[in-house]
Design a binder for this molecule. Structure first.
Ligand code: ARG
Length: 417
């Protein structure tokens, strides 16, 4: 009996070629697994393709709910943005895929899991580190990394084996999608000076051509998770899909990122992430209202760390669990509603409210009703500045040639002793 291999199958040329190629080279039976992460393809067509190209079995797994619950919303609570820009759509979907592939491999008694990633990207790292963490005994095959065919050769191989190449919509781009966003690379984008051509964008309208009238929306959060849209309860998947549509129509969520890959390459990536961008902005605004200054500052650091580890393929690490415990605890009072104005490429927060709001009008106001004790300011400033004053007298004024040399150079009148 031949060994079974579970292949992460997207339905594209590379993974289709991988079915044939692994049968030929490794003499294995291929089980194709396609995971629905909200990329809205016709999955029955993909399934049939896999069988037609020789897979002995083809499964489609709906991963949308798990993606939202275990990956996207925790990332939202962390405001996760890689290098401050990329909401990590692909990076968040790969560990889920790794988990589901491992499940199938174990059910099927497969000897190996295969993916179609080349040797240059981040996804190979995410798949393999994830699979190794969850099932250390399962072998990993990366045929596309091994076969050493360039694009042309891959296409020739495909044609020779009756795998059709989509010629009608010949896109020069490499694209990946899940409901948290869409990424576009290659083609004209490889020149970082070139403005992205219009045809890279599918989910977002050119802000120039976005509606002339602003649209207002309200997003309600409970413990850092969005649960209502315009006052109505909504499930995560529907919310994300709806926001992708609404915010996308207003041209929101375009990102042009020179990005540092795990494997040491700088690459130029375009993203469309209308829902992610809008939700993160809303969530941050609610945190600004409900978290203390110290929590906000510390959380930003945690956010940078979490974003990096997600990007770097380290989802299934204890470090992630540690940091996520902090994030989760920080969300206890992040409940309330954010009002946003969507207009010509921008989502702007214009209103916020929360039963746990730390905003205190009687402290903040400059109008009547002011309860802030101004007299207390004097003593506060005296103590706050005491260490600076003490040190300045000895070192700043005692060594006028030191750093901050303006001190020695000002022509202020000397006080008479
Ligand atoms: N650069 C992004 C990331 O590493 C997007 C990768 C897209 N993947 C792909 N196979 N096209 O997360």
């Amino acid at each position: 009996m031949k060994d079974k291999v579970v292949l992460a199958y997207s339905g594209g040329v590379d993974t289709s070629v991988a079915i044939k190629w692994m049968q030929e080279q490794y003499k294995v039976d291929v089980i194709a697994v396609t995971i629905d992460v909200g990329n809205e393809k016709d999955f029955s067509v993909i399934r049939e393709k896999a069988l037609k190209f020789g897979a002995i079995k083809a499964l489609v797994i709906d991963g949308k709910e798990d993606l939202v619950k275990y990956f996207l919303f925790p990332a939202l609570q962390a405001n996760a943005l890689y290098e401050g820009q990329y909401p990590l759509a692909t990076a968040l979907s790969r560990p889920l895929m790794a988990k589901l592939l491992v499940d199938v491999a174990q059910e099927e008694g497969a000897a190996a899991i295969a993916h179609g990633c080349t040797g240059k990207g981040n996804d190979q790292v995410r798949f393999e580190v994830g699979i190794n963490a969850l099932a250390p005994d399962i072998k990993i095959l990366a045929p596309a990394r091994e076969w050493d065919m360039n694009r042309e050769q891959t296409i020739q191989y495909a044609q020779k084996h009756g795998i059709p190449i989509p010629v009608t919509k010949k896109s020069p781009y490499s694209i990946d999608e899940c409901m948290w966003g869409r990424s576009i690379e290659c083609g004209a984008l490889e020149n970082p000076w070139t403005e992205p051509p219009d045809d890279v964008y599918i989910w977002t309208r050119d802000p120039d051509k976005a509606p002339a009238k602003a649209q207002y929306i309200e997003i309600g959060f409970k413990k850092g998770v969005p649960v209502t849209l315009n006052g109505k309860e909504i499930d995560g998947i529907t919310l994300i899909n709806t926001l992708n549509e609404i915010a996308g129509k207003h041209g929101i969520g375009r990102i042009d990122h020179i990005e540092n890959r795990v494997v040491g390459i700088k690459s130029r990536e375009i993203y469309e992430a209308p829902a992610a961008v809008t939700l993160i902005q809303a969530h941050q605004a609610l945190e600004a209202l409900t978290l203390s200054k110290d929590q906000l500052r510390f959380k930003q650091k945690v956010s940078v760390e979490i974003s990096d580890l997600i990007y770097n393929g380290l989802w299934f690490s204890q470090f992630n669990r540690d940091l996520s415990a902090y994030i989760s605890s920080s969300q206890q009072y992040v409940t309330g509603t954010i009002r946003l104005k969507l207009y010509k490429g921008q989502a702007t927060v214009v209103g916020r409210k929360s039963p746990w709001s730390l905003y205190n009008l009687s402290l903040a106001t400059y109008d009547k009703g002011d309860k802030f004790n101004r007299q207390a300011a004097e003593g506060f400033i005296y103590l706050w500045g005491l260490p600076v004053k003490t040190q300045a007298q000895i070192q700043l004024l005692g060594d006028k040639e030191g750093p901050l040399s303006i001190v020695g150079k000002t022509k202020g009148k000397k006080k008479k002793k």
